[in-house]
Write a protein that binds this ligand. Sequence first.
Ligand code: CP
Ligand code: NVA
Length: 309
Amino acid sequence: MMSHFLDIHTTSRADLRAMIDQARAMKEARRGLPKGTADARTPLAGRMIALIFEKPSTRTRVSFDVGARQMGAETMILSGKEMQLGHGESIADTARVLSRYVDLIMLRTFEEATLLEMAEHATVPVINGLTDASHPCQIMADIVTYEEHRGAVAGRKFVWSGDGNNVCTSWLHAAGRFGFDLTFTGPETLDPNPRAVEFARAQGSRVEIVRDPMAAAAGADAIVTDTWVSMHDPESARERRHNQLRPYQVNGAMMAAARADALFMHCLPAHRNEEATSEVMDGPQSVIFDESENRLHAQKAILRWCLGV
Ligand code: CP
Ligand code: NVA
């Protein structure tokens, strides 16, 4: 059976949990092996995977490529600009054409509508590699990361400090699906997506919006942040965003307000000493590079789920 992986809130709880557990098992199974060595089992042997980028990427690009190859697949990395897609060919036609050549499409794009149109017209699975609206693969890796350090996420309090952006939306979807609480702290103008807040609450999670960052951090099991200016944000908004977001920088004082065993998380790329200080990023509570590594393991489980193998 083929499945698209478009978002966390549109994927079932049971399937998400199975992917997290499989990611951890697959990570364990290849501990110590050189990165270029294939897994003991190669369930993607014979498959061809297209990785399409309309925005820059380091982690998503390399982790999907390496992960797919470890499972025996062949990959091709395509830049939207160099495809006819970037010169007026429709998304729907691109989806139909690519489906004749490849077994799975991973797409990083701007508008969510582009991803949805690709999924609607592709006859092979489509994976969301980030849109302006969400970044589900990242948060799957983040759940793996939190749980390998601290155990089950269910019932924990995560604090998002900063811009209520695409990554924040996927955290809210995950709060609903995995059963944890999320406190947002940031300026009112950059509040999180209200539909994502509503989704998490409807699933039974406590979602709070607290303007005072120190009050928000109290009792946190993890503090999470992201860049103040995302790839889809206009350059003209940079100065205003920096001014509004400066009070929400994750620094030693904010970490001290959280639980003593709180983790610091960031999807990266980071702007050091803007959204988070180097002291926190390089400190003992930071798990940022584990998050990066776990992109690889989480996405391998997502690829297998999409292809039903
Ligand atoms: N976190 C993340 O998606 O990073 P890249 O933009 O480098 O892929
Ligand atoms: N919010 C960031 C995440 C990058 C991985 C962006 O969309 O640019």
